[in-house]
Design a protein around this ligand. Structure first.
Ligand SMILES: NC(=O)c1ccc[n+]([C@@H]2O[C@H](COP(=O)([O-])OP(=O)(O)OC[C@H]3O[C@@H](n4cnc5c(N)ncnc54)[C@H](O)[C@@H]3O)[C@@H](O)[C@H]2O)c1
Ligand SMILES: O=C(O)C(=O)C[C@@H](O)[C@H](O)[C@H](O)COP(=O)(O)O
Ligand SMILES: [Zn+2]
Length: 356
C-alpha cells in the first residue's frame, strides 16, 4: 500500500510513503532534468545504488556525490564541495538534486539545491525515521556553524519526498529512537493518537519493522504537512514544530553536534513542559506524561550541563525577537501556545527540573 500526503502552498508536492516505492522517483524528478546529482550519505552505498539505477533507467545522467555521514555533512566546507561538483557537472536550472540519507544529508542536499543558481529542484529520499517524519518535509534546509545549529539556510520546499519504509530496517537503534522524539513531538503538539499508540506498545514503536511504524510515520507526516502547508516561512503557526528545540539546539551546540538531535529534542520537550507548568499553564500530570512516554522508548529526559552556557546559546534561537526569548509551550496536549520573554528565574527553575 502506498500513501500520498499532499503538502500545499505555492508549489505543492507529495510525500509518498510505502515499501518498495522507488518506482515513483522518476516522476518526482521529471523529464526535463538532464543531469541528476544524487547527494548521499557515504555510509549508505547500498541504498544510494538503486536510487541511481532507477534514475539512469529513466534516461538521466546520474552522478553520485557522497558526503560525510550524519551531522558532519552540515558544514560549510561540505556545502562548498557540492557547489564545485555542480559546477563541474554543468548543472543548470532544469537539473535536479536528489538527497538520499538521514535528516543531516537531506538538510545539506536541500540547501545545496536552494543555493545553486539561486535555486534548482530538490527531491528528497529520507532513509531515517526522523528524515521521513520531519526533516525532508517542509522545506527547511541548512547547515550548522560553530556559533549554532542551523544558523545558515533557506526555505526551499522539495519537489517530492519518497519514504521507503523498507530502508528503516538497517537503522541503528539509537538513531531510530532519535526519530521517535520528533514523532512524539507531533503527538504533543497536534495528534494525541500518536501518544496513545506509543504508550500502548513502546516495544512496537521502537521496532522499524513493527506493526506501529507505518501509522506513526503517516500521522507525524500529516501533522507536519498540515502546518507547513499554511505557514512555510514560520511566520506564526509553524513555530509549533519547534516545540522543545530552544534548549535542544543549545544542547547540540554544547555537545559539539555529537549528541543526536532527537535525544536533545526529548530533553528540550521536558524543559518546555516544565516551563509551561511553572508558568501556570500545564498540569503536572502532562509533564510527567512527557517523561513517561519518552523514557518508555529509551529517550533521555534529563541533562546536566551547566545552565549559563546553555542559556547564552538560547539567545540566538530563531524564534527570539531582539532580546526577547520566545518559547513554544503547551496549555494542554495538542494545545500549543507561546511564552514571550519569560523571566530569568523561571527559565532557570525549569532547567533545575531537567537537571535533577
Ligand atoms: N529540516 C528540518 O525540518 C529538520 C527537522 C528535523 C531534524 N532536522 C535535522 O535532521 C538531522 C538529524 O537527522 P537524522 O536523525 O536522520 O540523523 P542523521 O542524518 O545524522 O543520520 C543518522 C545516521 O544514520 C545513518 N543512516 C541513515 N539512514 C540509514 C539507514 N537506512 N540505515 C542505516 N544507517 C542509516 C546516517 O548515515 C547517519 O550516520 C539534524 O541535523 C536535524 O537538525 C531537520
Ligand atoms: O520544520 C520546522 O519548522 C521545525 O522546527 C522542525 C524541527 O524538528 C527541526 O529540527 C528544524 O530543523 C528546526 O528548525 P530551526 O529553524 O529551529 O533551526
Ligand atoms: Zn527537530
Amino acid at each position: 500500500m502506498t500513501t500520498r500526503i499532499r503538502v500545499g502552498g505555492a508549489a505543492p508536492y507529495d510525500v509518498v510513503i510505502g515499501t518498495g516505492v522507488l518506482g515513483e522517483l522518476p516522476a518526482m524528478v521529471g523529464e526535463r532534468a538532464r543531469t541528476v546529482a544524487v547527494v548521499h550519505a557515504e555510509g549508505l552505498p547500498e541504498i544510494a545504488r538503486p536510487v541511481c539505477g532507477a534514475l539512469e533507467r529513466a534516461g538521466h545522467e546520474v552522478h553520485a556525490l557522497p558526503v560525510p555521514d550524519g551531522e558532519a555533512a552540515k558544514e560549510a566546507g561540505v556545502l562548498a564541495g557540492l557547489w564545485s561538483a555542480f559546477a563541474a557537472l554543468g548543472m543548470t536550472r532544469t537539473d535536479v538534486v536528489v538527497g538520499v540519507g538521514g535528516g543531516a544529508t537531506t538538510d545539506l542536499a536541500g540547501f545545496a539545491a536552494a543555493s545553486w543558481l539561486r535555486g534548482v529542484p530538490a527531491v528528497l529520499v529520507p532513509t531515517t525515521l526522523l528524515g521521513m517524519v520531519d526533516a525532508a518535509v517542509g522545506g527547511k534546509t541548512g547547515i550548522n556553524i560553530p556559533e549554532g545549529k542551523n544558523l545558515v539556510g533557506a526555505f526551499h520546499p522539495p519537489a517530492g519526498v519518497l519514504c521507503d519504509l523498507a530502508t528503516l530496517v538497517t537503522m541503528p537503534h539509537e538513531d531510530y529512537i532519535s526519530g521517535l522524539a520528533e514523532v512524539i513531538k507531533a503527538g504533543f503538539i497536534a495528534d494525541p493518537k500518536i501518544l496513545e499508540l506509543v504508550e500502548a506498545d513502546p516495544a512496537a514503536a521502537v521496532s522499524p519493522a513493527g506493526p506501529a511504524t507505518r501509522e506513526l510515520v503517516e500521522r507525524a507526516v500529516q501533522v507536519k504537512a498540515d502546518v507547513v502547508s499554511c505557514d512555510l516561512r514560520e511566520s506564526g503557526l509553524r513555530e509549533i514544530l519547534n516545540y522543545g528545540h530552544t534548549l535542544a539546539h543549545a544542547i547540540e551546540k554544547a555537545e559539539d553536534y555529537r549528541f543526536r538531535h532527537g535525544h536533545a529534542v526529548a530533553i528540550g520537550m521536558v524543559y518546555a513542559a516544565e516551563l509551561s507548568r511553572l508558568a501556570g499553564r500545564l498540569p503536572a500530570e502532562v509533564v510527567e506524561r512527557h517523561r513517561a512516554v519518552l523514557a518508555s522508548v529509551g529517550l533521555p529526559v534529563s541533562y546536566g550541563a551547566a545552565w549559563p552556557g546553555l542559556r547564552a546559546t538560547m539567545s540566538i534561537d530563531k524564534k527570539a525577537r531582539g532580546a526577547t526569548l520566545r518559547f513554544v509551550v503547551l496549555d494542554g496536549v495538542a494545545e500549543p501556545g507561546r511564552l514571550e520573554g519569560p523571566d530569568e528565574a523561571l527559565l532557570a527553575a525549569a532547567y533545575r527540573e531537567v537537571a535533577r
